[in-house]
Design a protein around this ligand. Structure first.
Ligand code: IPM
Ligand code: MG
Length: 400
């Protein structure tokens, strides 16, 4: 028998969501331009420790940033601010993915460097509230999740543009158990949301002199949403005559990323949220693990930079947090420097991370006391950044 009461309840739920989304999309259409950091008297950088190993590795990130931006801090051009309270305990206490006062403090900063936060799921000892990451990306409208992966010695230089506010994530915590027997989740792809991420990818390719953009979907099966994403790509690409593009399906894309014959041909890749989540973990693994990859979450007004890995609560439980690898947060910090208008510094940190982590490897991180601490590693990276011969050294290794 058909349970019409359940159907009506599901319909009401769905129609409530549709109303809110229509409002959001109107807002998207009216949004302005990107923040111009050069015009600010003071750039406020928030440091959000997060959970687990987060506070330990973000502290290393802060030390590196403070050291590289010492002149700007002294001149009052840059200010650092610690933001507490984005912890699982505090979030659970408030039953909010980001407690109101914490969100307010975050909004008082222009950009933030964020450690990983624990993401609740069914069966955990705490309520199944929404992920703080997902909530922050939505609350600050950080629509572009930019994740670079570079292995110069293998000629790999990929930049992933993962859409960050839509797809299954937009309403991921608002699906519905229609009856005892089935659940429906909602996947949302909009034209303005697709257009801004696809444009960001093409603009990036143009800016850094790349001539190819790869658009990843599953448009053969997911016909409406992914079909829309692909249509928008086709239209937007016309504004970038110097840049070729092609569409790939997510399944074959995951295969090609591990094909040594093909993979170095990919340059800038753009895709809806969930495909990007999965593909960037794979790409990071190819580079040496998720601990080596950083991530920029960019919106028109705010930006947040973070590690792409989790909070590793086991390391903390076993008293090993100080041995956690800060590379991912340092990579995020390098992206922040470039984003704030210090591209030379950003590039030096990036080169230093590659020299320290992929080539020279004077210090090794093992996640325990058999290796160095994150703080020692941060100092090693800083020394390498200050090395006059860094560029020549990096080129020597990268071409070897
Ligand atoms: C990431 C993470 C997050 C995501 C989790 C923690 C919600 O995996 O940043 O890729 O799925 O986006
Ligand atoms: Mg992920």
């Amino acid at each position: 028998m058909i349970d019409t009461i359940a159907i009506d309840r599901a319909k009401d739920h769905f129609s409530g969501l549709l109303g809110k989304e229509m409002e959001r999309i109107e807002g998207l259409k009216a949004e302005g331009d990107f923040q111009d950091y050069g015009s600010l008297d003071t750039i406020v950088i928030g440091i959000i420790g997060g959970d687990g190993i987060g506070p330990a590795i973000t502290a290393v990130g802060r030390q590196v940033l403070e050291s590289l931006l010492a002149d700007q801090v002294a001149a009052g051009k840059v200010e650092f601010r610690e933001i507490d309270g984005l912890t699982i305990e505090n979030r659970v206490e408030h039953l909010q993915p980001i407690p109101d006062d914490v969100l307010e403090a975050i909004k008082q900063c222009h950009v933030t460097l964020k450690g990983p936060t624990t993401t609740p799921q069914k069966g955990d000892p705490w309520p199944n509230i929404e992920s703080a990451n997902v909530a922050m990306r939505k609350a600050l409208d950080l629509f572009a999740n930019v994740r670079p992966v570079r292995i110069p010695s293998q000629n790999i230089d990929w930049t992933f543009f993962r859409e960050n506010t839509e797809d299954l994530y937009a309403l991921g915590s608002q699906g519905i158990d229609v009856t005892e027997d089935f659940s429906i989740d909602f996947r949302l792809i909009t034209t303005p949301g697709s257009e801004r991420i696809i444009r960001a990818a093409f603009d990036h390719a143009k800016r850094i002199g790349k001539d190819h953009v790869t658009v990843v979907t599953k448009a053969n099966v997911v016909k409406s949403g992914d079909g829309r994403f692909l249509d928008v790509a086709e239209r937007v690409s016309k504004d970038y005559p110097g840049i070729a593009w092609d569409g790939w399906y997510i399944d074959i894309m995951t295969a090609k990323l591990i094909d040594p014959e093909r993979r170095s041909e990919f340059q800038v890749l753009v895709m809806p949220n969930l495909y990007g989540d999965i593909l960037t973990d794979e790409a990071a693994q190819i580079q040496g693990g998720v601990g080596t990859a950083g991530s920029a979450n960019i919106g028109k007004r705010y930006a947040m930079f973070e590690a792409i890995h989790g909070s590793a609560p086991r390391m903390v439980k076993e008293g090993r947090a100080q041995f956690a690898d800060p590379s991912s947060v340092l990579k995020a910090a390098s992206m922040m420097l470039t984003h704030l208008g210090y591209p030379d510094l950003g590039e030096r940190v990036e080169m230093a991370l590659e020299v320290c982590g992929q080539y020279e490897r004077k210090l090794k991180l093992t996640g325990r006391d058999t290796g160095s601490t994150g703080e020692e590693y941060g100092k090693y990276v800083l020394e390498t950044v200050s090395d006059q011969n860094l560029k020549a050294k990096w080129e020597g290794y990268a071409k070897a």
